[in-house]
Design a protein around this ligand. Structure first.
Ligand code: UDP
Length: 373
């Protein structure tokens, strides 16, 4: 029987950062994953020279210099700046909401004109304290932008009407009165040249990694799927926290995403890495053209249409649905988790939190600091 200091369940970013740091401190680590590859949802796979973001667009961005430098140890990042465009019927707008968007929508030119237009629309609504995403959005951008660029997209992505969603989701979308199409406000941004998988590969160097391995099977039998016996002192669990506790307080809700990926016999399909489809009657939320993340010049291209759906067992969970109901259920699981001496929960699924990659790395490093204090 082989004994490890840590069993890390999930070979995604949280598990990989934790493993790397634990090994740096001389600990032995076994990493398992249900999937047949490492890197969780940041997994990228090369096809025809294009790094395909298999689980959707991942654009690394952070304002934390330490996190940026940390990631740069494992890959060189390019100078990609995310500047998605939104298609609404036969209209096309720049995102995030900025002077390019407003100018196209209202035929205006100056920030003062844009502000006046928005203020005029907001005034009629009489919202004092936004209670949900709809009110938050309306009170930030007014009716036109909400109706054309937010309402349909958000309802498709979350499968719930905007007045049943928490306001914080929309805070990801900055509002700007400059002609600046950079989606993120962060100081540092880029795509690792050569894809994300190499980063996790480097982080996991030195660990025993077993793929296509279910944790619950292992916990029951003490054996890996090849029959070998293993034991561990501590568990780092990055799967769904409700599943870990057998849904004893009821299931948490997640959103899932399905991708329809096609190779096309043209070199440039949409001229941009990310094009959002914001109308409710288009079934997908966005189309990703992968080559543009790395300024690809290949003769062909690969695109993925992204469809959002409610999570159910058997499909991949992507987004926690952090509304009041689910947060209350999660609080019960979190209380149970804080009583555990030998289990650490981490990542989007383990902490039921809509984390970006930089926040996942920061959270993993915080756990590391505590664990190895
Ligand atoms: N959103 C929107 N219209 C858009 C893009 C985003 O209304 O064209 C809103 C929507 O509510 C979404 C949130 O902004 O849930 C965050 O979107 P983003 O694409 O930043 O999130 P990701 O899916 O990439 O984590």
């Amino acid at each position: 029987m082989k004994k490890y200091d840590y069993l890390v369940v999930g070979a995604g970013l949280f598990g990989a950062v934790f493993s790397y740091e634990a090994m740096k401190r001389g600990k032995s680590v076994l990493v398992i994953d249900r999937r047949d590859h490492i890197a969780g949802n940041i997994y990228t796979k090369e096809e025809d020279g294009i790094n395909v973001h298999v689980y959707g667009a991942h654009i690394f961005h952070t304002s934390d210099k330490k996190i940026w430098e940390y990631m740069n140890q494992f890959a060189e990042f390019n100078n990609y700046i995310n500047s998605p465009v939104a298609v609404y019927g036969d209209e096309l707008y720049n995102l995030p909401f900025n002077m390019n968007t407003f100018s196209k929508m209202w035929g205006i030119k100056t920030p003062a004109e844009a502000k006046a237009k928005i203020a005029e629309q907001i005034k009629e609504l009489n919202i004092t304290e936004p209670k949900n995403l709809e009110e938050q959005a309306l009170s930030l951008v007014g009716t036109d932008v909400y109706e054309k660029l937010i309402k349909g997209y958000t309802q498709k992505q979350w499968g719930r009407p905007c007045d049943e969603l928490p306001a914080f989701i929309i805070k990801r979308l900055p509002l700007r009165f400059t002609y600046d199409n950079n989606y993120f406000n962060d100081r540092f941004q880029g795509i690792p040249m050569g894809g994300y998988t190499q980063i996790v590969e480097k982080m996991l160097k030195g660990a025993d990694v077993v793929l296509s391995q279910d944790y619950f099977e292992l916990a029951k039998s003490g054996k890996l799927s090849d029959g070998s016996e293993v034991a561990w002192d501590k568990l780092v669990f990055t799967g769904q926290i409700d599943e870990y506790y057998d849904s004893c307080y009821g299931p948490l809700e997640y959103r899932s995403v399905r991708f329809e990926t096609e190779k096309l016999d043209c070199d440039n399909y949409q001229g941009n890495a990310v094009v959002n489809y914001t109308a409710a009657d288009v079934p997908y939320t966005r189309i990703i053209e992968h080559k543009h993340f790395e300024f690809g010049t290949q003769p062909t291209t690969i695109i993925s249409k992204e469809y959002s759906s409610e999570w159910q067992p058997g499909v991949e969970p992507y987004y926690p649905v952090n509304n009041d109901k689910n947060n209350a259920v999660y609080a019960k699981y979190a209380a149970k988790a804080s009583d555990e001496k030998n289990v650490i929960f981490g990542g989007r699924l383990g902490q039921y939190k809509y984390y970006d990659m930089d926040k996942v790395v920061a959270a993993a490093l915080a756990v590391v600091a505590e664990e190895f204090a």
